[in-house]
Design a protein. Structure first.
Length: 229
């Protein structure tokens, strides 16, 4: 389980994010803090209790940026996802420089939260280097997790990736042909985006068998196995 610390000065937001995390497979809340100082104390006193921090930026007793800077100065091996209403570009740059994995702007629906957390979980699994030497793929995954950047292959754009992702999530299993027709994009381009999502661990690839001819490759967005959602 990925042990998660939630940091936010708003009680309703803490409750909401606690509920969100509880609805995800592979995550558990092991701590909650209503301020920057409390977050620092929790990490110092229980350094091995958390894997991930969901960190607000604006709090009465300090900034999430200061919290993250302090964590890094202590070499705390924690991943951080910023969850905030702050849209200031300088704040984003500072958090990125300090190694935040994601920067998620409030408000957002559960579907967006789930997508970002599942991306984090996939990267964590891909970067599961144990003892000994790391492979190039493991090194790439570790660097991606540290910087919070999901590097797109040359020729792919984040806007088109978002379109393909949204279509697959909302419609359901699609082939590259079907997705290209719905999106008005070339089949070759759509297949590249779909294969990239497979590599990122958020989409599965399978064979669809029809009435005749060769089977068609079908892509499915990984969903929460809980049938309620």
């Amino acid at each position: 389980m990925i042990r998660t610390l939630i940091v936010d000065d708003d009680a309703l937001t803490l409750e909401l994010h606690r509920d969100y995390v509880a609805r995800l497979e592979g995550f558990t809340v092991t701590g909650e803090c209503a301020g920057a100082r409390a977050a620092m104390t929790a990490v110092v006193e229980r350094p091995d209790a958390f894997d991930l921090v969901l960190l607000d930026i604006t709090m009465p007793d300090g900034s999430g940026i200061d919290v993250l800077r302090a964590l890094r100065s202590r070499s705390a091996a924690l991943d951080v996802i910023a969850i905030t209403g702050v849209r200031d570009a300088d704040a984003v740059r500072q958090m990125a420089a300090l190694g935040v994995f994601q920067y998620l702007v409030k408000p957002f629906p559960f579907a967006v939260f789930r997508e970002r957390m599942e991306l984090y979980r996939a990267h964590r699994e891909q970067a599961g280097v144990t003892d000994g030497e790391a492979t190039q793929a493991e090194i790439d995954a570790l660097l991606s997790r540290t910087t919070g950047a999901i590097t797109l292959p040359k020729g792919l754009s984040s806007d088109s990736l978002d379109r393909v992702s949204a279509e697959l999530r909302s419609v359901g299993p699609l082939s590259a042909r079907e997705a290209s027709e719905r999106l008005g994009m070339s089949r070759v381009a759509v297949r590249r985006y779909l294969e990239h999502l497979v590599a990122e661990g958020v989409v599965t690839r399978g064979a669809r068998y029809g009435t005749g001819g060769r089977p068609e490759t079908e892509y499915t967005w990984k969903r929460n196995p809980d049938p309620r959602f």
